[in-house]
Design a protein around this ligand. Structure first.
Ligand code: DGL
Length: 267
């Protein structure tokens, strides 16, 4: 086993949807999953305070684990602090997760694309820049949901979420304009793929729900490839830290299903 782990970072369980794809492509690194659940949800945080918090957490993570790479499996964090983190920690490769606006613009047939994200992500200059650079010819609707990340967390804990409550959050994504309809919705929060089946079932018409997890895993794989690795599989020795200390039974069971063992104490 190589000493340096791959660290996957999110505010909660959303990063597990990215971890799932990382595991397909990267089997020779053990994983430290780090969830800042004491700060969850990131979507409503004030920018400066959230940036400062994440930078502090990263400096601790890097000191504790000496990671081969950190994957920020969180759009809300990446669109805010990715470049600051790269500047602050130039020796650690950092892969971010940002709204998949470019592939959506390339794929749409109707030219109507929606981006479903947290309120933080839809407000970011980073997100607006992506639209200007890659989707200027599309009609892009930004939909900031205050509730969906929490609903996704609850859903994974077995809490029943009313269909209508989910529908209220996704309905603004569905736009009809000049006889055309939205055909792609970008899942720009890593929590949302946990609700993808519900989204598909409740959608007023079928759309492509674009989840960037696989593309992020490919990017991480290509960067790790350059650093070299050994062939011991890491699965089984992978661990998770939650800043709350303990996220509770249902989440412990969920992360167990992802091959992670909860570690308590310092990261
Ligand atoms: N999973 C995070 C993202 O991709 C956000 C969830 C939260 O609001 O903390 O944006």
């Amino acid at each position: 086993m190589t000493e340096q782990p791959l660290v996957v970072f999110d505010s909660g369980i959303g990063g597990l949807t990215v971890l799932h794809e990382l595991r397909v492509l990267i089997q020779d690194r053990h994983v430290v999953y780090f969830a800042d659940d004491a700060g969850f949800p990131y979507g409503g945080w004030e920018k400066e305070a959230l940036a400062a918090r994440i930078i502090t957490l990263f400096s601790q993570l890097i000191a504790d684990h000496d990671p081969v790479m950190i994957v920020i499996a969180c759009n809300t964090a990446s669109t805010l602090v990715l470049s600051q983190l790269r500047q602050a920690f130039p020796n650690v490769p950092i892969v971010g997760t940002v709204p998949a606006i470019k592939p959506a613009a390339e794929r749409t047939r109707s030219g109507l694309v929606s981006v479903l994200a947290t309120p933080g992500t839809v407000k970011r200059a980073y997100t607006r820049d992506l639209i200007e650079s890659f989707a200027a010819r599309c009609h892009v609707r930004l939909v900031g949901s205050e509730k969906l990340a929490q609903m996704a967390e609850d859903h994974t804990r077995g809490v029943d979420i009313e269909d209508q409550a989910i529908l209220d959050e996704i309905l603004p994504c569905f736009v009809e304009k000049d006889g055309r309809k939205t055909d792609i919705v970008v899942l720009a929060c890593t929590h949302y793929p946990f609700l993808a089946n519900e989204f598909r079932r409740l959608a007023p018409w079928p759309v492509d729900w674009l989840d960037p997890a696989e593309a992020i895993a490919r990017r991480a794989r290509s960067l790790i490839g350059e650093t070299g690795s050994n062939s011991e599989p890491g699965y089984g020795s992978d661990v998770a830290y939650f800043t709350s200390g303990d996220p509770g039974f249902a989440t412990r069971r969920l992360i167990g299903g992802f091959g992670l063992r909860l570690q308590t104490g310092n990261s």
